[in-house]
Ligand binder design. Sequence first.
Ligand SMILES: *Cc1c(COP(=O)(O)O)cnc(C)c1O
Length: 443
Amino acid sequence: MPHRSANPDFLARSLAAVWHPCTQMKHHEQLPLVPIKRGEGAWLYDMDGRRYLDGISSWWVNLFGHANPRIGNALKQQLDTLEHVMLAGFTHEPVVELSERLAALTGHRLGHAFYASDGASATEIALKMSAHYWRNHGQPEKNRFVSIQGSYHGETVGALAVTDVALFRDAYAPLVRAGSCVPSPDARNALPFETAVDVARRAAAALDAHLAEHAGQTAALIVEPLVQCASGMAMYDPEYLRLAREICKRHQVHLIADEIAVGCGRSGTFFACEQAGIWPDFLLLSKGISGGYLPLSIVLTTDDVFKAFYDDDTARGFLHSHSYTGNPLACRAALATLDIFVQDDVIAANRRKSARLKDAFSAAVGAHPQVRHLRQQGMILAFDVDGAPAGFARRFFGAALERELLLRPIGNTVYTMPPYIVSDDEIAHLAGQTAAALEASLG
Ligand SMILES: *Cc1c(COP(=O)(O)O)cnc(C)c1O
């Protein structure tokens, strides 16, 4: 377990006053909080002068490092110009520029951007828009949703309808109108002699069969393209997305691509859907879109969907709103983030970095007898630990912190999703200390 802090009073104040997310608070009787003072590049520094390489980009949001001067300076200018204005009836430069740039990145196939502040809200918006689209088209019975086994699309009551993680859903099951789940194309499901493409085709056939029966009541299928992150970095072949696109079209069901985690270059292309050569009816962004600076989420959609709401009748419009919809500071952070993608040719640079990551981890843990399914998709790398002891994830987390590394396994799956500015030396630290923490937490 990690060190004893020099600031016990501060930690006690935090535990008394702050209810931490995704946490059984009682576990903090044993596991100390880590009080972070500042960040710089890929590193976080605590109040006791220790440092940690941020191997998970602070829950997958940070792209270009902490205290990035380019994003910081853009925000400082925006702060002195306009911090916020409501987006109903008003507009402003950052939101228009961001919407246009995102539309251009989709080749103008998804030319309408709707804004919110967090990922779960983007999911809710897409679900509501999809069902409302069918209602406006005289098919109100198309109001159910399909997701993939092991899906994660957020934890608000609406988003839980399409989130298939028992630990997050079971306690709230009576509140949730659960959707249907279809088999996952997770490549680890391959039978002997099956390839990842075979698994994708098998899963797509199951989707086709489900929709053949239920399309009349189904508004949309929601997927996490290429990687189902929160349920343990399940990776799958783009063939599934190609087939799902075709199947949804044939059955007149929307396809929602939740790129909240895999978008913004994380998968190796700016949008993960690009690798399948498809465009969904709705594409969700959050997490990395603001560079990890401010809460922001965006639902991109098509002319077809937009037109279904465009009418003299108020009630046919999409009346959803949040107080901070389209916040200028968050949009400015996103614009500065997109600037870096262009100026530094980030997608190409990441190709070299992800090859480095692969080499470093193959050398460090690839031959470990308990390491299974070492896998990678762009700037996400993961492996499963066979025969891990009970409480492995928390043991590993503590052992990694002791080695200047922030990693937080999901069950027995260890993964890294580093900021894109990670250097070769930092990749060596990441892989080397992962191997050491693994050894320490298995022993
Ligand atoms: C994180 C995540 C969400 C939820 O986003 P929040 O901002 O945490 O509400 C939804 N979908 C996916 C794929 C995610 O990774």
